[in-house]
Design a binder for this molecule. Structure first.
Ligand code: E4P
Length: 217
């Protein structure tokens, strides 16, 4: 399973990159706004900066909702860097646009996916990635991880090539559960990635080893 970091914060991207386990980055308009990035030029520049920091795919989201607007915006984003993936919402014109991008060899990430039916449409249109929103599903008392498992089963039975990118991750446990359910990629906040490190027995064991090591020096 690949690890993407779900942020537009450069310090956090660098920290995850330095850990040596980072395969890519996802952003969305809310994450860009959180970093105070304003204006088209600044936004475009920020995407290029992120691409220069990491080796893998970087998702950049369109804000148009009509076919022509999505295509125009997506072409501009894709021209910024060869590793930009155009992130397109799961709406009717979004599906049409994903098909167009697929035919024109531009990678896409179909976002705001909350059902298996939507995931089938994204795969039929040829999306590179499909992003089911695990945490937001859990927030509404459904099970986000169950959706990952259902999509993984369908994609395997139907030999769809689209990669399942588990998004809206809220915890280290989500990451483990998504790995078990067959996600190809998890896009996670830095805290959830670092949460994977934690185990009290590791801390207790290390303290004891270091204490005993003093006896041997
Ligand atoms: C990433 O691709 C998604 O936009 C993101 O994971 C959504 O996360 P949230 O539900 O925490 O806003």
């Amino acid at each position: 399973m690949k690890f993407f970091i779900d942020t537009a914060n450069l310090a956090q991207i660098q920290e995850a990159h330095d850990l040596g386990i980072l395969d890519g980055v996802t952003t969305n308009p809310s994450l860009m706004a959180k970093e105070g990035i304003k204006g088209e030029e600044a936004i475009m520049k920020h995407y290029v900066t992120i691409c220069d920091m990491v080796k893998g795919d970087v998702s950049a989201e369109v804000i148009s909702t009509d076919f022509d607007g999505i295509i125009e915006e997506g072409k501009k984003l894709a021209a910024l860097h060869p590793r930009i993936v155009v992130k397109v919402p799961m709406i009717k014109d979004g599906v049409k646009a994903i098909k167009w991008f697929t035919e024109n060899k531009i990678k896409t990430n179909c976002t705001l996916v909350f059902s298996a039916g939507q995931a089938i449409l994204a795969a039929k249109a040829g999306a590179t990635y499909v992003s089911p929103f695990i945490g937001r599903i859990d927030d509404s008392a459904w099970d986000g991880v169950d959706l990952i498992a259902q999509i993984a089963n369908i994609y395997s039975l139907q030999s769809f090539k689209t990669e399942i990118l588990a998004a809206s991750i809220r915890s280290a446990l989500h990451i483990v559960k998504c790995a078990e359910a067959g996600a190809d990629v998890c896009t996670c906040p830095l805290d959830s990635i670092l949460g994977l490190l934690k185990h009290p027995l590791t801390d207790i064991g290390l303290a004891k080893f270091l204490e005993d090591a003093k006896k041997t020096r």
